[in-house]
Design a protein around this ligand. Structure first.
Ligand SMILES: Nc1ncnc2c1ncn2[C@@H]1O[C@H](COP(=O)(O)OP(=O)(O)OP(=O)(O)O)[C@@H](O)[C@H]1O
Ligand SMILES: [Mg+2]
Length: 161
């Protein structure tokens, strides 16, 4: 397990970190976004998508549709499972409806997705509210496929030490 804590002490820092991270995503990346309401998941995803070539205005939380699909060089699946209360509520969704094997998948409120994941590379992003403009982001993965991303983020000097 590899992990790293980043201090996002302004919206500008959040945008910078997300755009930097986007440079090191790859086809098949699955990112799971954990954290309370308002902790910054969608805000971070907007900047990630922007880094991947999607206009930020196109990126909205798909709370009612469950999945938004954006097209850039790759497909980006933006999933939000906030409304789900049980995994069975996904019964009519195939894996291919939720996970972009040829692109990047970003999932807010991913608790109910576990059945759809096996051993593919997953990056967990855990957001915590520190104060009005300060979020703490903990990155976690068990996959060495994110090594370059981790190495780059470590060099940004945003760790809490
Ligand atoms: N450093 C920061 N990084 C990210 N967002 C910040 C920061 N400081 C303040 N904010 C604000 O926090 C709010 C985060 O809202 P956002 O919709 O991204 O949260 P969320 O985690 O997706 O919530 P939900 O679970 O309801 O979907 C935004 O209004 C954003 O402007
Ligand atoms: Mg959101």
């Amino acid at each position: 397990m590899r992990n790293l804590t980043l201090e996002l002490n302004s919206l500008e820092t959040t945008e910078y970190v997300a755009r930097k991270m986007a440079e090191h995503l790859f086809q098949g990346s699955i990112m799971l976004f954990w954290g309370d309401m308002g902790s910054g998941k969608t805000t971070f995803i907007k900047s990630l998508c922007s880094g991947l070539g999607v206009l930020p205005d196109k990126v909205t939380s798909p709370t009612y549709t469950l999945v938004n699909i954006y097209k850039c060089n790759w497909y980006i699946f933006h999933v939000d499972l906030f409304r789900l209360t049980a995994p069975e509520q996904l019964y009519d969704m195939d894996r291919a409806d939720l996970i972009a094997d040829q692109g990047v998948t970003m999932v807010e409120w991913p608790q109910m997705l576990q059945n759809y994941l096996t051993d593919e590379p997953v990056l967990n992003l855990r957001f915590k509210n520190v104060s009005d403009h300060h979020r703490r982001l903990i990155l976690e993965t068990e996959s060495s496929e994110f090594d370059i991303l981790f190495n780059t983020m470590e060099q940004q000097n945003l760790s809490c030490g």
